[in-house]
Design a protein around this ligand. Sequence first.
Ligand code: RIB
Ligand code: CA
Length: 316
Amino acid sequence: MSPTRIIIDTDPGVDDALTILLALASPEIQLEALTTVHGNIGIEKTTRNALAVLEFVNADCIPVARGCSLPLVGTPPRSAEAVHGSSGIGKAVLPEPKSQPMDQHAIDYLIERILAEPQEITLFSIGPMTNLALAIRKEPRIVQALKGLVIMGGAIRQGGNVTPLAEFNIHADPHAAYIVFHSGIPITLIPLDATYKCLLTTSDVERLNRIDSPIARFVRDSTAVYMDFYKKYEGFDGCALHDPLTLAAIIAPELLVFEELHVDVDISGGVSLGNTFADFMNVSKKPANMKVALDVNGRGFIELFLERMESLACKI
Ligand code: RIB
Ligand code: CA
């Protein structure tokens, strides 16, 4: 079976960086490009980190398009430096990238690539959805041309991680999420309900570092700040692999438990801004607009992640 061709829209970000590595370590996936967006940190650093991670694994032939620096509405987003460190990749240190992002803006790149090959590209959105929302508004035809969209975002039965009701990617641009949720694109949503069950622990990181490899050291150093944050504020040993879990939709869908649901997002501007909610009782009589992973075999995914990192570590 030929690999699934994907573009990742990303705000690297520790777990974003691990997603890029996992995509490159997975034969089921052909990573076509990265488009960057504001989010965990500002656009300059998310773009720099995207370029640096690709060069780190000799994949700088993969193009990077720089995207939006601000959400559709409101003030600059609150960054997540407490989780991802001021660099955005924790305590990991990667050389300044030699490569540059392409001249074309991420919005125009997404439109051009998706329309050029209808039903060929699956988009993975693992940051705020500002780029995709503006691409939909500028060129609505991408809705029919996209093969699929997998989103890391939202919290359905689970509480939020940035407000009691909202998950970070949605809260960082709730109006963009509203446009995407109502677009008609076939969506697979991977919310906190599933991702918080995928905890990479310190012993997992120690196991990986039995291999003397820059990859193993990158996983250790990039997650160090992340681990400290989770220990201090969430009380558990480990860090949730939010973004990497999206790739399970391709590499191990059997690990995910899906429900077809109508999901919406609150943009009314009050305390529940960015809250994502599912119409479980179908009281709205609206058809399901997405497939939602409400559960996962979390350890099964972590084992798969570690196997793929070990195989990558043996090559790099
Ligand atoms: O809530 C988790 C999401 O927010 C992940 O995409 C992480 O990278 C941060 O952007
Ligand atoms: Ca992210």
